[in-house]
Design a binder for this molecule. Structure first.
Ligand code: PRP
Ligand code: URA
Length: 220
């Protein structure tokens, strides 16, 4: 897929969906702005989350069903039963809040990961998964920022180790470095993003990005 955004370089990424809808790009612009107050940041992030998850959920399989309307029989579909939402704490909670509205039957497994500020490697502090999950489950990992990719790879790995192979990732903003790291480890993971930005800075922050997503969402 050809990716060409104002904030990023033109690159070619397979398995990356950039949602270029003007409403999505408007919301992303609002949350990029450092002057956006915390309350507005949260409100815009929640709306953005809804649109990104909606787009990502196109990939969910479905089966044909028939229903009786008050007038006649109609053809319809039913979404696949077993969808797992995996928000990466803390910032992924905002995506989970939106995703739960769109996919109310989905199971939610929280994944606690924190980047070490020096090494930038993800440190796991919470993961409570069952010993097994239905092997045909679809997992949607939710994390607004895909920077070095360490957190996303660690989260995906938890489900991969349980034998789950259909895994997606939804992020507001990704760095090319993070996309590469995810796809080097798990080539089949489909990534839905609002933007592929330019690069990472020396502190592992996405440039231009939006700063620290967790801090801005929670006002810390
Ligand atoms: C942020 C963000 C991602 C991670 C991305 O979380 O929400 O989880 O960094 O960086 P990576 O791709 O380099 O791993 P952080 O570790 O700051 O925790 P927080 O959400 O609790 O603030
Ligand atoms: N985590 C964030 O919250 N922002 C970044 O730019 C990188 C990692």
């Amino acid at each position: 897929m050809a990716v060409d955004t104002k904030n990023g370089s033109k690159t070619s990424h397979k398995n990356v969906q950039v949602v270029d809808h003007p409403v999505v790009q408007h919301l992303l612009t609002r949350i990029r702005d450092y002057q956006t107050p915390a309350a507005d940041f949260r409100r815009y992030s929640l709306s953005l989350s809804q649109y990104l998850v909606y787009e990502a959920s196109r990939l969910i399989e479905y089966r044909d069903v028939k229903v009786e309307t008050p007038v006649a029989e109609a053809d319809g579909i039913a979404l696949k039963d077993y969808v797992i939402l995996a928000p990466v704490l803390r910032a992924g909670l905002i995506l989970a809040e939106a995703a739960q509205k769109i996919l109310p039957a989905a199971r939610i497994y929280h994944v606690g990961l924190k980047r070490d500020e020096k090494t930038l490697e993800a440190i796991s502090y919470y993961a409570k998964l069952p010993e097994s999950l239905p092997p045909d489950s679809r997992v949607i990992v939710l994390d607004p920022m895909l920077a070095t990719g360490g957190s996303a790879v660690a989260a995906i790995d938890l489900f991969h180790k349980l034998g789950l192979k259909t895994i997606q990732l939804v992020s507001f903003v990704a760095a090319p470095e993070g996309i590469k790291r995810v796809h080097d480890a798990f080539a089949d993971v489909h990534i839905t993003v609002g933007s592929v930005d330019k690069c990472l800075n020396e502190h592992g922050y996405i440039v231009p990005g939006l700063g620290d997503a967790g801090d801005r969402i929670f006002g810390t």
